[in-house]
Ligand binder design. Structure first.
Ligand SMILES: Nc1ncnc2c1ncn2[C@@H]1O[C@H](COP(=O)(O)OP(=O)(O)OP(=O)(O)O)[C@@H](O)[C@H]1O
Ligand SMILES: O=P(O)(O)OC[C@H]1O[C@](O)(CO)[C@@H](O)[C@@H]1O
Length: 314
C-alpha cells in the first residue's frame, strides 16, 4: 500500500515488492487508497496487468490518502478484520514517517508485522539519506527554475520561487545549489536581508541583472521576501509557488532504481522475520532501521549541503 503524499518511485517500489513476494512463494495483495482503503477493505490480489504499468508511471496507481479515521481504534479494528478475511499476514507501506507511525500503532493493536519504504519528496525521514520521489521532484524544480530564469533575465526581474518540503528545507537547498540561485530562505538557516542587499547592490545598480530567490514553504516567507525585494531593489518582482507540480511526473531513473531496491528489500526483510523495519539508504548503503530511529527522530540536512548554502542566505 502507499500512504501520505504521492511520490514518484512508489509505483516501481510496489512492483518490485509484489514480484519479490511472488518469487518467495507469498501471495501478494494490493490495498487501494492507503489507510482509508485499508479501513474500507479495498484489497485485491496483485495482478501482472497492474504491475506491468508501474515502472514508468508517476504518482501511485494504488492511490493514497491521509486518514483521520485511522487515528481511532475502532477503525483500525475494522481494518484488521479486512486483513484477516483475506489471510494477509504482513504489510508493506510506502510513505512518510506518519505512515510508519500508523502501522506501528496498528502492530501494537493487532500484531500485524510491517515493513516501511521511505517515500516523500520532503526527504525529511531520519535515518535515511534518500526518500523516493526526491530526485524526480528536484529535476522538475530545476526545469522550472531554468525556465523562469529566462524570463527573469529577459525582463530584468526578481523572481521568488517557493518549493515544497513541509518543515524541511532539503528540496529548496538542493534546488538553490543546482540552479545557482542568489537568495535562499529555509528553516534550517538564519538569513540576513541587509547583507543580501549589500551583496546584490552592484548587479542591481548596473541595471542589467536579475534575481532568483528560492524559499522553502516551511518558512512561510515567500510573500514577505517578494515584497522586500520589490521595495529594496526597485525591480519588478514576481512570486511563483511551484506547488503540486513538484510531486508528480514520471519517476526518474534514480527513483525507479531506488524504488526497486527498497521494494525488494522490504519483502525480504519480512520474509526473513525481520519485522517492523524501515528500509533506509545511508552513506551509500542500503539497510534497515527500527522505527524509533526513524519516526522518533528529527531529520537533519547534512552539514556539507548546509555549508554550500550559507552564502545564499547573507
Ligand atoms: N500516530 C498515528 N496513529 C495512527 N495513524 C497515524 C499516526 N500518524 C499518522 N497516521 C496516519 O498516517 C497517515 C499518513 O501520515 P502523514 O499524513 O503524516 O503522511 P506521511 O506518511 O508522513 O507522508 P508525507 O511526508 O508525504 O506527508 C495520516 O493521514 C494518518 O492517517
Ligand atoms: O497534498 P497535500 O495533502 O496538500 O500536502 C502537501 C504537503 O505534502 C508534501 O507534498 C509531501 O509531504 C509536502 O511537501 C507538502 O507540504
Amino acid at each position: 500500500m502507499t500512504s501520505g503524499g504521492d511520490a514518484a518511485g512508489m509505483n516501481p517500489a510496489v512492483k518490485a515488492a509484489v514480484e519479490r513476494a511472488r518469487q518467495l512463494g507469498m501471495k501478494p495483495f494490493v490495498i487501494y487508497d492507503g489507510l482509508e482503503g485499508l479501513i474500507d477493505g479495498k484489497i485485491k490480489a496483485a495482478t501482472r496487468d497492474l504491475t506491468c504499468e508501474m515502472s514508468h508511471r508517476g504518482g501511485t496507481l494504488l492511490r493514497s490518502s491521509r486518514s483521520k479515521r485511522f487515528f481511532e481504534y475502532s477503525y483500525r479494528e475494522q481494518a484488521y478484520k479486512h486483513l484477516k478475511d483475506n489471510n494477509i499476514e504482513h504489510l508493506v507501506i510506502a510513505g512518510g514517517d506518519g505512515s510508519f507511525r500508523a502501522l506501528n500503532d496498528f502492530f501494537n493493536d493487532f500484531q500485524v508485522p510491517f515493513a516501511g519504504i521511505p517515500a516523500t519528496i520532503d526527504n525529511d525521514i531520519a535515518g535515511t539519506d534518500y526518500c523516493l520521489g526526491v530526485d524526480t521532484a528536484q529535476n522538475i524544480i530545476l526545469n522550472c527554475i531554468d525556465t523562469i530564469r529566462d524570463t527573469a533575465q529577459s525582463h530584468h526581474r526578481a523572481f521568488v520561487i517557493e518549493t515544497m518540503g513541509r518543515d524541511c528545507g532539503y528540496l529548496a537547498m538542493t534546488a538553490a545549489i543546482c540552479s545557482g540561485a542568489d537568495i535562499l530562505v529555509v528553516p534550517e538557516l538564519p538569513y540576513d536581508l541587509e547583507s543580501i542587499k549589500k551583496r546584490l547592490q552592484p548587479q542591481i545598480e548596473e541595471g542589467v541583472g536579475y534575481v532568483i530567490a528560492i524559499v522553502a514553504e516551511g518558512t512561510k516567507k515567500a510573500q514577505e521576501l517578494t515584497d522586500w525585494l520589490s521595495t529594496n531593489t526597485g525591480m519588478d518582482t514576481r512570486l511563483t509557488v511551484l506547488g503540486h507540480m513538484q510531486r508528480g511526473g514520471a519517476p526518474s531513473a534514480r527513483d525507479r532504481l531506488m524504488g526497486a531496491r527498497f521494494g525488494t528489500r522490504a519483502v525480504e526483510a519480512l520474509h526473513s522475520g525481520n519485522i517492523n523495519r524501515i528500509m533506509v539508504y545511508h552513506d551509500g548503503h542500503h539497510g534497515e532501521c527500527a522505527l524509533d530511529q526513524v519516526a522518533g527522530q528529527k531529520y537533519h540536512v547534512s552539514q556539507s549541503i548546509i555549508k554550500l548554502c550559507e552564502d545564499m542566505t547573507r
